[in-house]
Design a protein around this ligand. Structure first.
Ligand code: NAD
Ligand code: 4TP
Length: 322
């Protein structure tokens, strides 16, 4: 199957997004068809780019980064959060999603946004792309998965304060996230019988109820139900001992109870190659696993590997070759 090209959104241009887009193009030209939606004046000096009016103008043998222009109202100052960019950053994402939803783009790969700047500048009411994309696609249940050659992780609760995790962690949420993950691994990632490992919430997975009871009251019953349905699923496991090399060999994805339980291991093991992929959407969406990196924006030090892997994964998912 040949898919339409991937739409790469510029994200917060004061961060490392523009240099990542230029570097990814250098690496992926001829391999992954994609185009950038953003302001061409934000690209590093010397970047070869070409304006396109529609995704179908992306040429497989093109020699310059194709851009669907979206002029920003305020100039880029690398390294400085810019609430004034917020309206344009959001509009770029909306445009990419509309292109993907209509089939004109094969999927969306998002460069990092600065959540606080979006909130300050445009009252953005979403904690991240994941929730915003679910809203744009009118989809209630989506899953954030971070994937690298070393590990795949899914946080069941995502962008909420730690103090709210216990309340948010319901049986319905846990079961839904597990089912979406299982379906996506099987149908999109080509794993015929996905093996899932489910973390506990508490130290030592509750130590038999001495250190918390969510493992007994919430997690174990769902694991049991799904296992009875034929899922290859284990847990609740002690989160501190489920990420070492031998343990990682035993599963295809780790289902974790909160954001940092999932993201610390993968970003520690494979920060450069991690890809954030949203499961359960009607469109393909990936992203690099890092943020705006204001501390190095505009210095040329940004490593494009995670963006390159994110574009590759978007293309593989869009073209059915993952
Ligand atoms: N997909 C996204 O939109 C996304 C993802 C993660 C974080 N964020 C946002 O980014 C902002 C900054 O977050 P943060 O400071 O916690 O994390 P960060 O990933 O931006 O930076 C953490 C550290 O890693 C370094 N780093 C990050 N990416 C790098 C790269 N490609 N090459 C070399 N070094 C790199 C940075 O220089 C910094 O020292 C926050 O607003 C956060 O919410 C957005
Ligand atoms: N939670 C992600 C991370 O820390 O890498 C990040 O904030 C991106 O989330 P969205 O894809 O929802 O923007």
């Amino acid at each position: 199957m040949t898919a339409a090209p991937i739409a790469l959104t510029i994200g917060e241009p004061a961060g490392i997004g523009p240099e990542l887009a230029a570097a990814a193009w250098q690496r992926l030209r001829g391999e992954v068809p994609f185009f950038l939606i953003g302001d061409p004046t934000h690209l590093p000096d010397g970047t070869d780019w070409v304006e396109i009016a529609a995704p179908d103008e992306v040429r497989p043998d093109g020699t310059a980064l194709p851009i669907l222009p979206h002029p920003f109202e305020s100039p880029r100052i690398p390294g400085k959060a810019r609430p004034a960019h917020a309206k344009d950053v959001i509009a770029v994402i909306e445009r990419a999603v509309a292109l993907a939803a209509s089939g004109k783009a094969g999927g969306v790969c998002t460069l990092p946004i600065h959540k606080q700047a979006l909130q300050d500048g445009a009252g953005f009411g979403f904690p991240g792309h994941t929730e915003f994309l679910a809203h744009l696609c009118d989809t209630r249940d989506v899953v954030m998965m971070l994937a690298s050659p070393a590990l795949r992780v899914v946080p069941v609760t995502i962008h909420i304060p730690l103090s709210e995790v216990k309340l948010a962690l319901t049986a319905q949420l846990l079961e839904t996230r597990i089912r979406i993950t299982h379906t996506a691994l099987r149908d999109q990632f080509g794993i015929a019988e996905p093996r899932l490992a489910v973390a506990g919430l508490n130290p030592h997975a509750g130590e038999g109820g001495k250190m918390g009871t969510e493992e007994q009251t919430l997690i174990a019953p769902i694991v049991e139900t799904l296992r009875n349905e034929g899922f290859h699923i284990e847990g609740p496991m002690s989160a501190d001992t489920m990420f070492h090399a031998a343990a990682r060999e035993t599963y295809d994805a780790a289902i974790c109870m909160y954001h940092d339980q999932a993201l610390i291991p993968i970003k520690t093991l494979d920060f450069d190659r991690g890809v954030n992929v949203t499961l359960g959407l009607p469109i393909v969406r990936t992203s690099p696993d890092h943020g705006t990196a204001f501390d190095i924006a505009g210095t040329g030090q940004a490593n494009p590997s995670s963006t390159i892997e994110a574009l590759r994964m978007a293309w593989q998912l869009a073209s059915g070759s993952a």
